[in-house]
Write a protein that binds this ligand. Structure first.
Ligand SMILES: O=C1CCCN[C@@H]1CCCn1cnc2cc(F)c(Cl)cc2c1=O
Ligand SMILES: [Mg+2]
Length: 485
């Protein structure tokens, strides 16, 4: 079946579900909230991982793998750390027919798995910094509406866990990692994000402060957390007795960070760039950047055309471009155009008898449909140029759309109008948690309440006397507000 049954602007939820399936990224699974990630998704995950892993190796991160399972008493080591999360912990209670003596939890995150061993491994300042990263899956048995990539009961992520002798070192790394997350989104997924700090209410309760990169989905008017980088302070060092003997011989607690991005990032990319023909892939994460399609012509020698296509693919691959050809004879060129548009391949090259005769190829862009006839001799250079243009155009277009949704408000009434208008709201706030709670209470409803998304590091000017949009008290900062995923 070809073509989309749903339009992005008509029925976003159905459109999204159709795109991830028709583009062969996702197969639905018979357990709610669980999805099969097919090669078209996994190859994107692997391209992101290749970049991120290389970058954290430069920051001296070491690869680890910790067990999937954690015992009940260790998981509940600190009540407030898992406050409110308990309902989403998945437990193993049996093996075969027999009950386990004690239930074993499946990791929803790995602090409690790792930190007893950090305590064992860290003795002296010479054991610091400890820098641990693992690529793995985690399980959180959430009940709110499951969405492929965006909210699933099992997902893939990397989780970094580091320990330093000083707060300064921890503070610096938090921001180094946050910058890598910005690059993942803006330079690879072509998704604009805002760097900022979470409020005391929205931060990771077990930590000292949380920073994040926040994206926004114009179609639903919802913010979406892209990735997070926490400074844990010495909270977990205290909880797990992670101390070191400093060079003066006295004992100090370590300063820790933890940070993650997940397969949710792929869903944000799909939502941002997809259109009514299906997926639209930014070239830097496209498993296939160019698809070459032979256009046979009634009695013309098709073998010659197919050979020219093969040569073209070889030339492009030699130049490091991810290219392939579609020579399936049981499908028409037109069918193939739609199929590869559905899969979001950034460039299509059509080669027919006329192109052969003129030593050229017709190149069609997936993002804006532009067609160009390129001389075969210039193909590699022109294709690389076009791939860069597509990458840039997707980012600029997404940025322009996101900025068009931005609304600065100063009063409650303006806030409510903007919220119902699916805007990303920037409002002056007194930074009081009671007010944050009040806004949540006053905006409760089937679409979910409004919340603070982050306080952007880039703060607009806050004129003396500016009052909080919700409380009328003196405003202390500008914060992003909105509904979220
Ligand atoms: O976000 C990150 C980066 C990578 C390592 N972890 C932190 C904090 C994770 C918070 N969090 C998030 N979700 C959780 C769900 C749970 F069921 C339990 Cl028991 C705990 C948590 C929980 O601590
Ligand atoms: Mg959660």
């Amino acid at each position: 079946k070809l073509g989309m049954a749903y339009k992005k602007d008509d029925n976003f939820g159905e459109w999204y579900s159709e795109v991830v399936v028709n583009s062969e990224m996702i197969e639905y699974y018979d357990i709610s909230g669980c999805y099969i990630l097919r090669p078209w998704a996994m190859e994107i995950w692997e391209l992101l991982k290749e970049f991120f892993d290389a970058e954290i190796k430069k920051l001296k991160l070491k690869p680890y793998y910790f067990p999937l399972f954690v015992t009940e008493n260790v998981l509940q080591k600190e009540k407030d750390h898992i406050e409110g999360f308990a309902p989403e912990v998945a437990w193993v209670t049996k093996s075969g027919k027999s009950d386990l003596e004690a239930p074993i939890a499946i990791r929803p995150t790995s602090e409690t798995v790792m930190y007893p061993y950090f305590s064992k491994w860290i003795r002296s300042h010479r054991d610091l910094p400890l820098r641990c990263n693992q690529w793995c899956n985690v399980v959180r048995w959430e009940f709110s509406n499951p969405t492929p990539f965006i909210r699933s009961r099992e997902f893939l992520w990397q989780e970094g866990h580091t320990a330093f002798a000083t707060k300064e070192e921890a503070d610096e790394e938090v921001l180094q990692i946050l910058e890598l997350y910005r690059r993942i989104y803006e330079e690879f997924l072509a998704v604009p994000v805002s760097k900022g700090r979470k409020s005391e209410m929205e931060k990771f309760a077990g930590g000292l402060y949380t920073t994040s990169v926040e994206a926004f989905i114009p179609n639903t008017g919802r913010g979406v957390q892209g990735a997070t980088s926490h400074c844990l302070g010495q909270n977990f060092a205290k909880m797990f007795d992670i101390t070191f003997e400093n060079d003066k011989g006295s004992r100090s607690m370590v300063w820790q960070n933890s940070w993650a991005y997940t397969t949710r990032s792929i869903g944000v990319m799909v939502m941002t760039h997809g259109d009514d023909k299906g997926l639209v892939l930014p070239p830097r994460v496209a498993p296939l950047q160019v698809i070459v399609i032979p256009v046979p012509y009634k009695d013309v020698d098709t073998t010659a055309i197919v050979n020219e296509c093969k040569k073209t693919v070889e030339t492009l691959e030699k130049a490091g471009i991810r290219a392939d050809l579609d020579t399936r004879e049981n499908y028409s060129p037109g069918w193939k155009y739609s199929h590869w548009e559905m899969k979001g391949v950034p460039l299509r090259i059509e080669i027919g008898p006329k192109d052969m005769a003129n030593n050229q190829a017709r190149v069609v862009r997936r993002d804006n449909g532009a067609k160009a006839d390129i001389p075969t001799a210039d193909l590699v250079e022109k294709v690389n140029g076009l791939l860069d243009e597509v990458q840039k155009n997707l980012f600029e277009t997404a940025k322009q759309k996101r900025d068009a949704c931005l609304k600065v408000v100063n009063t409650w009434d303006e806030f409510i109008v903007a919220l119902n208008d699916k805007k990303l709201i920037l409002a002056p706030w007194c930074d009081e948690e009671e007010v944050e709670k009040d806004v949540k209470a006053r905006t409760k409803g089937d679409l979910g309440a409004a919340k603070t998304l982050c306080t952007p590091f880039e703060q607009p000017d806050l004129p003396e006397g500016t009052t909080c949009f919700a409380s009328g008290k003196p405003a202390k900062k500008w914060s992003f507000w909105g509904r979220s995923y």
